[in-house]
Design a protein around this ligand. Structure first.
Ligand code: BDR
Ligand code: CA
Length: 312
């Protein structure tokens, strides 16, 4: 199986992505690192430890960044993920395991170094930990198999925090621009795709009665998340973070464009993601010149992705 390191800010859809990853026979979860985002960092780490115990995961959990590269923590999206980050589902009845003593960026570096060329990082939160790992150990670009991330809104005007920006990008735009600019392979699965993958209420009702503690917890955690989606006229919820896991399992379900990517770091379009078209001869000296070619998912086979997710 593919070795996967999961960088996450649990997070309701992060929790679903984690169970998906854990139960996918083709993926071998070798580490979990946390980052601030859907809740503050202590809450995200507590949630990751809770999910590790509930799902029966062996991999270590290491705590990561609590602020972006400029020291900002930003507002917590309580309206999306609840006060506890997991849709205010009760987190009782489980003894929390200990977290790994290493900071996330160190666990990332040591894991990549231990298995050169083998570990795929699936990052579904702000990219702060990856940027810190690159800063401490630039040689990691040669050691990672690749980076698959949930983030970005590439069509333009389809952001979810501002019209320009998706949450994981605006939450640390400097880190995101660093990760896309490093000479390793990055594949972004953003809102262009995930907004078209809808998990219907019917599936959540099945999970609630499944007798499977992992699925029953996800169904409870999703109640608040589904209520947030009512405002979009969506019956159920978008499948954001699990879509990055689906890419790792079956990239053929996604339509990809290739080109250098930049993330706008300031101003009213902060967090916007823009991919250049390598076929166009832009004037010399553009901000995209010399940047590595990265993958951006533009479309996906939503029903096949949902089938894969549900079956797993
Ligand atoms: C992303 O932001 C977070 O709220 C979700 O967990 C997902 O990673 C969607 O924009
Ligand atoms: Ca997330």
């Amino acid at each position: 199986p593919q070795k996967v390191l999961f960088d996450t800010d649990p997070g309701v859809d992060d929790a679903a992505a984690l169970l998906f990853l854990h139960r996918a026979a083709a993926l071998d979860l070798v580490g979990i690192t946390t980052v601030f985002g859907n809740a503050d960092i202590a809450t995200c780490t507590r949630n990751a430890l809770f999910l590790k115990a509930l799902f029966g995961i062996e991999a270590p959990v290491a705590e990561g960044a609590g602020r972006d590269l400029r020291g900002r923590a930003g507002p917590v999206p309580v309206h999306v993920h609840g006060e506890n980050g997991l849709g205010d589902a009760p987190l009782s009845g489980i003894d929390l395991p200990r977290s790994d003593p290493r900071p996330a960026h160190q666990l990332i570096a040591e894991t990549l170094r231990a298995h050169p060329g083998e570990v795929r990082v699936i990052a579904v939160g702000r990219l702060t930990n990856l940027a810190l790992a690159l800063d401490a150990d630039p040689g990691l670009v040669e050691l990672a198999r690749d980076i698959v991330l949930m983030g970005g809104a590439f069509a333009g005007g389809n952001g979810n925090v501002t019209p320009a920006a998706e949450a994981n990008m605006i939450g640390d735009p400097d880190a995101a621009d660093i990760v896309f600019g490093a000479p390793w392979k990055v594949t972004a699965v953003g809102l262009d795709v995930t907004r078209n993958i809808l998990l219907p209420r019917r599936v959540l009702a099945d999970w609630a009665d499944s007798g499977d503690p992992g699925l029953e917890f996800l169904a409870a955690a999703k109640r608040h998340y589904v209520a947030y989606h009512d405002r979009f006229g969506v019956d159920g919820c978008y499948v954001h973070d699990p879509a990055a896991v689906a890419y790792a399992l079956d990239p053929g379900l996604f339509e990809i464009t290739e080109g250098p990517v930049r993330v706008i770091r300031d101003g009213i379009a902060m967090g916007q993601t823009i991919q250049a078209d390598p076929a166009i001869p832009y004037p010399p000296g553009s901000a995209w010149e010399g940047r590595p070619v990265q993958n951006v998912a533009r479309q996906a086979n939503a029903s096949a992705i949902l089938d894969l997710f549900e079956e797993t």
